[in-house]
Design a protein around this ligand. Structure first.
Ligand SMILES: [Zn+2]
Length: 142
């Protein structure tokens, strides 16, 4: 069974990388070991979700709040040629520089006009000189 079919059948994305029986380099996929790049991100998201769910509960995991308090995280899986990350130092030679395979919390001020959590319509109206009370309402969540 091809890995993609196995992944579809089982519903496990990880099945893609770990079900290879043929040439592990290129036979089915253009990106060998793609799940090795996806799994750290999925794990980080699961961790952040879990910490959010435990936010107001007593848990030994509350000590992690200080480590995962950034609004954004950056993860680089490779120093892709032609990008601003191409000249990053090798992971083995770096302590303080930006490298692959490390999480970086990115802090920035909240966008008061964020379309998700802010007052988007007022910001939009102000930017275009419109009367916010005349704008149509945004669609509601179902
Ligand atoms: Zn927001």
């Amino acid at each position: 069974m091809k890995a993609e079919a196995l992944s579809r059948k089982t519903g496990h994305v990880g099945a893609v990388a770990f079900s290879r029986t043929g040439d592990p380099a290129t036979s089915d996929f253009g990106e060998p070991g793609l799940s090795l790049d996806v799994i750290p991100i999925a794990t980080q998201l699961a961790r952040l979700a879990m910490l959010e769910l435990l936010a107001d509960k007593s848990s030994t995991l509350n000590v992690l709040k200080r480590d995962f308090d950034a609004p954004w995280y950056l993860w680089l899986n490779r120093p892709e040629p032609g990008t601003q990350y191409a000249d990053m130092p090798p992971l083995s030679e770096s302590r303080d520089e930006l490298t692959i395979n490390r999480w970086y919390g990115i802090y920035f001020e909240r966008d008061e006009q964020c379309p998700v959590c802010g007052d988007f319509l007022s910001g939009l109206a102000a930017a275009y000189g419109l009367d916010a009370t005349q704008l149509p309402a945004l669609p509601e969540k179902e």
